[in-house]
Write a protein that binds this ligand. Structure first.
Ligand code: ATP
Ligand code: PLP
Ligand code: MG
Ligand code: MG
Length: 295
């Protein structure tokens, strides 16, 4: 029988550049996954650009696409991945869909990136929070919030590693087996810290900061974590190291190439687009430069 892992990824699509599905699908395919993608929006570019054009998938249209998969009996997946969503309604639909996908394959792994905000600010409507917190996240096998999103969902604040571990435990208590803080500000000025925890095993990793704001890196993080979690047979240390090493290679290369074109000052969005295609070989074979440490 075919053992190729099959993932359904529900995220944004951009015509130009790399966020959402554009950031997730290529790496997953390169790492050997069959990827079915549903695009929740189709925009020209991501939202850090000056002009935002395009449209949003309506809930009826999402229903329609799912119905087509069901009717044709092609809705068997080993993995389900969701990210950025701007409406509480569409998140409830995703929860219903997840239940059906789990009926079809009880072994299905659901990776939920609860995208809500960053650095103390929400960038989705407030009514999204209770849906993630009380409905969707408790159904996840793996959850990948950043520090702010983890704080929102638990009502706790993170000032040190001990606090981070409490937040992680509070998320485990909701029934989530694997909890990953994709980034926290627990490092010094030049580093962020990632923390991952599963079944009594916990690792942290120190990530050197590149002096630039990237878009699509959170989406890439969730996709790479999903891929390596499967490929390493749920080895948390290796998964965290492969995920972070790949991201580091890509953001550093993207930054260096941008600096050649724009030697000083602020780098515009189009020069900050992640160089995924050019780093295909590194995605397949991450160069491990940072070791994760047991907590
Ligand atoms: P989520 O999408 O889960 O809500 P997020 O959007 O806050 O999380 P990012 O801030 O994009 O996620 O960070 C994800 C990963 O991308 C980090 O763990 C880090 O490895 C990498 N990364 C992002 N920005 C930088 C940067 N400026 N320098 C170095 N690494 C970065
Ligand atoms: N999807 C769209 C359309 C966006 O504009 C953005 C960010 O601007 C994202 C997703 C999320 O990007 P990130 O992976 O950096 O969290
Ligand atoms: Mg962030
Ligand atoms: Mg994000």
């Amino acid at each position: 029988s075919d053992t190729t892992p099959r993932v359904l990824s529900i995220q944004s699509h951009v015509v130009h550049g790399y966020v959402g599905n554009k950031s997730a699908v290529f790496p997953l395919q390169v790492l050997g996954f069959e990827v079915d993608s549903i695009n929740t929006v189709q925009f020209s570019t991501h939202t850090a650009y000056k002009h935002i054009k395009g449209n949003i998938l309506k809930n009826e249209e999402l229903d329609d696409l799912i119905e087509g998969l069901e009717l044709n009996d092609v809705d068997y997946y080993t993995h389900f991945l969701t990210g950025y969503s701007r409406s509480a309604d569409s998140l409830k639909k995703i929860a219903d869909l997840l239940k059906k996908l789990k009926q079809k394959n009880p072994q299905l792994t659901y990776v939920c990136d609860p995208v809500m905000g960053d650095n103390g600010k929400m960038y989705v409507p407030e009514e999204i929070l209770p849906v993630f917190r009380d409905i969707l996240v408790p159904l996840a096998d793996v959850v990948t919030p950043n520090q702010f999103e983890a704080e929102l969902m638990t009502g706790l604040k993170v000032h040190n590693l001990d606090d981070a571990l409490k937040v992680i435990q509070a998320l485990h208590d909701k029934g989530i087996k694997t909890v990953v803080l994709s980034s926290t500000d627990l490092g010094d000025d030049d580093h962020m810290i990632g923390v991952a925890s599963t079944a009594g095993s916990c690792y942290q990793i120190t990530i050197p900061k590149v002096d630039c704001t990237f878009t699509g890196t959170g989406d890439l993080f969730a996709a790479l974590f999903l891929a390596w979690w499967h490929k390493t047979n749920n080895d948390l240390k290796q998964t965290l190291e492969n995920t972070i090493s790949t991201l580091q290679s890509i953001v550093q290369d993207t930054y260096q190439k941008a600096r050649v074109i724009q030697p000083s000052g602020k780098i515009p969005p189009k020069l900050r687009e992640l160089r995924l295609i050019q780093n295909k070989t590194l995605i397949e074979n991450p160069k491990i430069t940072i070791a994760a440490q047991k907590v």
